[in-house]
Design a protein around this ligand. Structure first.
Ligand SMILES: N=c1c2ncn([C@@H]3O[C@H](COP(=O)(O)OP(=O)(O)OP(=O)(O)O)[C@@H](O)[C@H]3O)c2ncn1[C@@H]1O[C@H](COP(=O)(O)O)[C@@H](O)[C@H]1O
Length: 100
């Protein structure tokens, strides 16, 4: 599934029955969504340091999903994040830091 399709699926879960959808449950509880994102991020770090590519791929998918849910719980959309990233394309990190 593309990130865009995943974000749409997450947005579609807003306001639906939390007892029938993990996504709806997290959207209804932003602090829980943030906690889950933190857990998944730590799990991804652990797999990255172990060097297990398959496990890292799985944890990275968990991180992306929970990041999008946490953001959606606060009204931040994938389009918002993409716009922020687009604002940064002019920045050349190394050149900018060297000039400081
Ligand atoms: N990508 C995901 C996704 N990734 C993880 N999860 C759920 O996140 C929950 C918590 O993850 P955990 O890893 O903590 O689960 P766990 O069983 O404790 O596993 P471990 O930590 O022990 O490894 C589990 O219930 C997973 O099923 C997800 N739930 C939903 N999605 C996507 O969201 C869509 C809508 O899902 P629903 O909201 O459930 O309809 C799905 O079709 C998927 O595309």
């Amino acid at each position: 599934m593309s990130i865009k399709d995943l974000a749409k699926t997450i947005a579609d879960r807003a306001g639906t029955d939390p007892s029938e959808s993990w996504t709806a449950k997290l959207l209804a509880d932003p602090d829980k969504a943030a906690e889950k994102f933190g857990e998944e991020a730590v799990e991804a770090i652990i797999e990255a340091t172990k060097g297990d590519k398959t496990r890292l791929t799985s944890e990275a998918a968990d991180v992306m999903y929970h990041l999008l849910v946490m953001c959606a719980a606060h009204g931040v959309t994938l389009a918002d994040i993409e716009a922020e990233l687009a604002n940064r394309t002019h920045q050349s990190g190394l050149a900018e830091k060297a000039s400081r």
